[in-house]
Design a protein around this ligand. Structure first.
Ligand SMILES: NC(=O)c1ccc[n+]([C@@H]2O[C@H](COP(=O)([O-])OP(=O)(O)OC[C@H]3O[C@@H](n4cnc5c(N)ncnc54)[C@H](OP(=O)(O)O)[C@@H]3O)[C@@H](O)[C@H]2O)c1
Length: 300
């Protein structure tokens, strides 16, 4: 059975994906800054600041899944934080590629996380497809560099990039944070509330990685967004309903979010839809197509 190396495999998507791949009979190993004792799969260490890693990590690896990345929404986008966001994505992909080039242990595929904000943080009625150009703002440029580092693997192996929106999961990511005010009856849209809010259920994003592993004819970028794409106002209403709480209070004003979060607030205040037709065309079927069903399953 094939061996899969996951960078950042200890995170939200990586933990679920590891369980899925093990259940499907894959051998899995993780590449981590801090290998944890008692982890369910073998752990190998890398040090991105020093540019070092255990070269043995690549021996016998058939596929690499690149998930490592400092959290985009956790801290204000100061110059220092932006440096961390780039280093943990593009820098990490480059370090691994250079190690592969030195050892000659080329995998069959390099499958990278990417963000749906590749198209920039914009609110528009345009539905973005994979052939649209990247956005020319901070998040668009970061995601473009992240994808360029994945594309640099193309001389060696197949490259797939999964453009990911907010991942909805019970125990991590955005949903527990969004649910907290809603649980207190304080669900409120952000800014105008008219920004689109594409999302994907954790089971669908992990199955999209499995699908990309198994479909050797998949190449390039794919939008992994659930078919129903609500506005922020509709999302807030659905969240309150799923929690059997009232919605809503007056919207949280834009200026408050901008003052608290700086440029990072654009991730909350702006949003566009994206087409999943290219992914669906490869035979991928979403398990959770509708928001009400997804929230009902995750918040029950
Ligand atoms: N979850 C979402 O809603 C979402 C949406 C769009 C895109 N994505 C992208 O999908 C990927 C996986 O997402 P996730 O939700 O599983 O992320 P996560 O839970 O934050 O985990 C990412 C992993 O990256 C590693 N990491 C964290 N900070 C790092 C740093 N400064 N330098 C190097 N490595 C670092 C960590 O692994 P170690 O501690 O083991 O090194 C961490 O477990 C990320 O690249 C993320 O940007 C996620």
């Amino acid at each position: 059975m094939a061996t899969v190396l996951i960078t950042g495999g200890s995170g939200l998507i990586g933990t679920h994906l590891t369980q899925l791949l093990l259940a499907e009979g894959f051998q899995v190993r993780h590449l981590s800054r801090t290998p944890r004792p008692g982890a369910p799969v073998p752990q190998f260490a890398w040090d991105l600041a020093r540019g070092t890693m255990d070269p043995a990590v690549l021996q016998g690896v058939d596929h690499v899944i690149h998930l490592s990345g400092a959290n985009i929404a956790q801290k204000r986008w100061t110059a220092g934080r932006m440096g961390e966001l780039y280093a943990s994505r593009s820098g990490a992909a480059d370090l691994l590629r250079k190690t592969v080039e030195q050892t000659g242990a080329f995998p069959k595929s390099f499958i990278s996380a990417s963000g749906i904000n590749y198209y920039g943080a914009v609110t528009t009625d345009h539905v973005f497809t994979e052939s649209d150009p990247p956005g020319n703002d901070a998040i668009g440029r970061l995601t473009q560099a992240w994808e360029a580092a994945a594309d640099a693997w193309a001389p060696h192996c197949r490259v797939v990039k999964l453009r990911t929106p907010i991942v909805l999961a019970r125990e991590g990511g955005a949903l527990p944070k969004l649910s907290l005010p809603a649980r207190w009856g304080l669900a409120a849209p952000l800014g105008s509330g008219t920004q689109w809010m594409p999302w994907v259920h954790i089971a669908d994003i992990t199955h999209a990685y499995l699908h990309a592993l198994r479909h050797a004819d998949m190449h390039g970028a794919y939008n992994v967004v659930a078919p129903e794409q609500p506005t922020n106002r509709a999302f807030t209403r659905a969240l309150a309903k799923a929690l059997h709480r009232p919605a809503f209070l007056p919207a949280v004003p834009k200026f408050l979010l901008r003052a608290a979060l700086g440029e990072l607030s654009s991730l909350l205040l702006k949003g566009a839809r994206a087409s999943n037709a290219k992914l669906v065309g490869t035979g991928f079927a979403f398990r959770y197509a509708g928001l009400e069903e997804a929230l009902g399953q995750l918040l029950s």
